[in-house]
Design a protein. Structure first.
Length: 177
């Protein structure tokens, strides 16, 4: 056997093998989460909206982040209301639980979720566009800190709770929701 023809053939076989392996590795590598918009890693489970004839209402559910990076919801929009806010419920100086707009938005940790519940974090609908009747649906669009969005639809349900108070001095104080 001639070594002068065997070495180039062996080198060619190794090069082709390495190239094939590199191609396979590139195809099977997961997408870098930094390139996936926040709206592409978010889903919502068990979403619902409190029925109301006028004034105010709230939306609830669980926002799930399946991505590898924290996601921040900075705003929400819906045709159901002319004014929406992301709210938290906190204890004030008097020890009362009060609602207020959350500064900086909702942060959903990577691979985790955030519960939106009566008496806790929620989406506040103020100045309803029309009555929200049980059995109807409302559509919402969440906007994230990277300007991506996620749209979801939630059923409207009768619910007698979620009657928290606003932080004193809040422009919505005294409004029934």
């Amino acid at each position: 056997m001639n070594n002068t023809t065997t070495l180039p053939r062996l080198a060619a076989v190794i090069a082709v093998s390495l190239l094939a392996l590199t191609g396979c590795a590139a195809e099977s590598a997961p997408a870098d989460s930094a390139t996936v918009p926040a709206g592409g890693t978010i889903t919502i489970e068990d979403a619902w909206v409190k029925s109301a004839d006028d004034g105010m209402s709230a939306a609830f559910g669980t926002i799930v982040n399946s991505g590898d990076a924290d996601v921040t919801v900075v705003s929400v929009a819906s045709d159901a209301s002319n004014m929406l806010e992301l709210h938290e419920t906190v204890e004030n100086e008097s020890g009362e639980m009060v609602m207020r707009e959350i500064e900086g938005g909702f942060v959903i940790p990577a691979g985790s979720d955030l519960a939106l519940e009566p008496g806790a974090n929620h989406i506040m609908l103020m100045d309803l566009s029309a009555p929200l009747q049980a059995g109807e649906e409302a559509t919402f669009t969440l906007t994230f800190s990277d300007d991506s969005t996620y749209e979801f639809t939630a059923p409207v349900k009768d619910y007698s709770g979620a009657n928290e108070n606003y932080e004193e001095g809040d422009e919505h104080e005294g409004m029934d929701h």
